[in-house]
Design a protein around this ligand. Structure first.
Ligand code: AMP
Length: 285
C-alpha cells in the first residue's frame, strides 16, 4: 500500500502506473471520508476484484457539511484506517490529502443544477450538501481519472446525484452502486455509528426494524397508513428523533402519491439519536 498526501504526487504515480503496459490501465476509485468499516471495505473489495488498480481516498469534505458542529465531531481515525487498508491483498493507492490541497482557492462549492433529485430528502434537509458532494467528486475524479467509481446504496440519493454529475459533466467514469452492509442487528454501517455507545447502536437498529415493517406492509397498507405507522413508532421511541420518512420513486426520488405497479419504490429515513444523524433506506417492491 502506498499513501499519497499530495495530489501532484498521486497524479504522477498514476501516470507512471498507466505507462506500464502489462495491465489494462483501468482504475477503480472508492472515495470515502474515513473511519472505515465493513461497508467501505465491501466497495474497496469490489473495486479490487474489478480493476488492476484501486485508489481509496480518505477526505472529510468540508463543503458537504451544512452544520459546522457536525463537521467538527465527524469521526477521524487515520491510523486505524491505514492499518485496515494495509491488510488488503489488492494493495490500493491511498489518497489522504489536506483540505488546502483539494481546495486551493478556499473551501467553496460549485453551484450545480441536478434537477428535482436534489431538492428532496438530504438535499432539502442539508442545504448545499449535494453541491459540496458534486464539487469534491469533480476534483477527485479529475485527479484520479477512474474507469469505475464505487458508491454505496446506503446513500441512495447521493448515488443518483453522482450519476447525474457524470452525465452533466460528461465524465468518462462508470458509477457502480453497491448494496448496504449492516450490523448483525440490522443497523446500516456508518462511520457515525462509531460515536454512539453500544446501547445507542442497539436502539438505532429500530430504524432498520421500521423499514422492514414498512417493506412487509407495503402491499397491504395505503401510503397514508404506512406514514402513520412510522410516526407512531417514533413517538414510542423518544430517543430517536425522526427527521424525515419518505416513500419515493427509486428513479426520480419524488414522493410517491399512489402505488403504480410499473414503478419501483423505496422507503427512506433520516433520524437522530443523541444528536447523531443516521440515514437508511430499503426497496419496497
Ligand atoms: P462515507 O465515508 O460515509 O462518505 O462513505 C463512503 C462510501 O461508502 C459512500 O459511497 C457510501 O455510500 C458507502 N457506504 C457507507 N456506508 C455503507 C454501508 N453500510 N454499506 C455500503 N456502502 C456504504
Amino acid at each position: 500500500m502506498v499513501i499519497y498526501t499530495q495530489k501532484d504526487a498521486l497524479i504522477q504515480a498514476l501516470q507512471s502506473w498507466k505507462s506500464q503496459s502489462q495491465h489494462s490501465r483501468e482504475i477503480g476509485f472508492v472515495p470515502t471520508m474515513g473511519a472505515l468499516h465493513q461497508g467501505h471495505l465491501s466497495l474497496i473489495q469490489k473495486s479490487i476484484e474489478e480493476n488492476p488498480l484501486t485508489v481509496v481516498s480518505i477526505f472529510v469534505n468540508p463543503t458537504q457539511f451544512n452544520d459546522p458542529a457536525d463537521l467538527e465531531k465527524y469521526p477521524r481515525n487515520h491510523e486505524k484506517d491505514l492499518a485496515v487498508l494495509n491488510q488488503l491483498e489488492g494493495k490500493p493507492f491511498v489518497f489522504l490529502p489536506e483540505v488546502s490541497d483539494i481546495y486551493t482557492n478556499g473551501a467553496v462549492s460549485e453551484d450545480f443544477n441536478f434537477g428535482p433529485i436534489e431538492t428532496v430528502m438530504e438535499g432539502k434537509f442539508r442545504n448545499g450538501h449535494f453541491n459540496g458532494v458534486g464539487t469534491v467528486l469533480t476534483k477527485l475524479f479529475d485527479i484520479v481519472t477512474p474507469t469505475r467509481a464505487y458508491f454505496g446504496e446506503k446513500d441512495f440519493q447521493q448515488l443518483a446525484i453522482v450519476k447525474k454529475l457524470t452525465s452533466l459533466k460528461n465524465l468518462p467514469v462508470q458509477i457502480v452502486g453497491c448494496p448496504i452492509v449492516r450490523e448483525k442487528n440490522g443497523l446500516a454501517m456508518s462511520s457515525r455509528n462509531s460515536i454512539l455507545s453500544q446501547k445507542d447502536r442497539e436502539e438505532a437498529a429500530f430504524i432498520y426494524q421500521i423499514l422492514k415493517e414498512i417493506q412487509e406492509k407495503f402491499h397491504t397498507h395505503t401510503l397514508g397508513q404506512l406514514k402513520e405507522i412510522v410516526a407512531e413508532q417514533f413517538l414510542q421511541n423518544p430517543n430517536l428523533e425522526l427527521e424525515y420518512f419518505e416513500i419515493a420513486d427509486e428513479d426520480t426520488l419524488q414522493t410517491a402519491t399512489e402505488k403504480n405497479k410499473t414503478i419501483r419504490y423505496r422507503a427512506f429515513i433520516a433520524a437522530r439519536i443523541k444528536g447523531v444523524r443516521l440515514i437508511d433506506n430499503i426497496p419496497l417492491n
